[in-house]
Design a protein around this ligand. Structure first.
Ligand code: ADP
Ligand code: MG
Length: 238
């Protein structure tokens, strides 16, 4: 509608490929749990960044997205907040049998560690646990942690493909699949591993983030999500 159009124009946001709700101007207008809002505030996030304003309500609607916005624009919370919100919807009755509900892929271990750190802050005091699946640490410990019950796994493609072959990890409830830094993922040659993971899971929502949008990035995104909304914020990086 007209309100969305004007708001997006002002925020330099473009949306193509389908309907998504208008941008939110505050975190509290997105219907998040009080505790999650409290955590957002204690981290020091007063207002959502432009990418968060549009990607959060779109992701909360269950849409599959390809989101491009500059480095440093707050893309991490754009997917972590909807993931935590999704997981809280399950947590009351299923605390006894917690299985991963979301999987986040990033191209490097360091990035995985950063994403998990932010997830811990956002999920503090909530029934939301995370596990890292990255190289450099024994896999047995990582698997054990998942078996003890976590909602979200964060890992690099290679290690996650290893995880797939471990029959003692149940990934059947993973419904949100996140690809962070898709451009970098392609540059590093992770395409086949990403596709292998995607095919092995049965996710209903894919959230993809990239600083740059090239034809390769769009092609990969389309091969993963049949119905894809593309959100671009600002001018793409060159
Ligand atoms: P990107 O993934 O787009 O490169 P990040 O998610 O890593 O960006 O965020 C960059 C920095 O901005 C981080 O230090 C993060 O804590 C901070 N940040 C994210 N969202 C907000 C917000 N709404 N308000 C203030 N700071 C934020
Ligand atoms: Mg990022």
């Amino acid at each position: 509608d007209e309100k969305s159009v004007l708001l997006r124009e002002r925020l330099d946001i473009s949306v193509t490929g389908g309907y998504v709700p208008p941008p939110i101007l505050s975190f509290s207008s997105s219907n998040l749990s009080a505790k999650l809002l409290e955590n957002i505030e204690s981290i020091g996030f007063e207002l959502p960044t432009p990418v968060q304003m549009q990607a959060i309500p779109a992701a909360l609607e269950g849409k599959s997205l390809l989101v491009s916005a500059d480095t440093g624009s707050g893309k991490t919370a754009s997917y972590l907040i909807p993931i935590i919100s999704h997981c809280l919807g399950f947590s009351c009755d299923q605390l006894s049998e917690r299985k991963p509900l979301a999987m986040v892929l990033t191209p490097t271990r360091e990035l995985c560690v950063q994403v998990e750190e932010e997830a811990k802050l956002l999920g503090k005091g909530l029934p939301f646990k995370t596990a890292l699946v990255i190289g450099g640490d024994a896999m047995a410990g990582q698997i054990y942690r998942i078996q003890q019950g976590v909602e979200m796994i964060v890992g690099t493609p290679g290690r996650l493909v290893d995880l797939l072959t471990k029959h003692d990890v149940d990934l059947s409830d993973v419904s949100i699949f996140v690809l962070d830094e898709v451009d970098c993922m392609l540059q590093r040659g992770f395409r086949d591993q990403v596709m292998q993971l995607f095919r092995a899971l049965s996710c209903s929502q894919v959230l993809m983030f990239s600083a740059t949008i090239s034809p390769e990035v769009v092609k990969m995104a389309r091969s993963i999500a049949k119905s894809l909304v593309i959100i671009s914020v600002g001018k793409p990086d060159k």
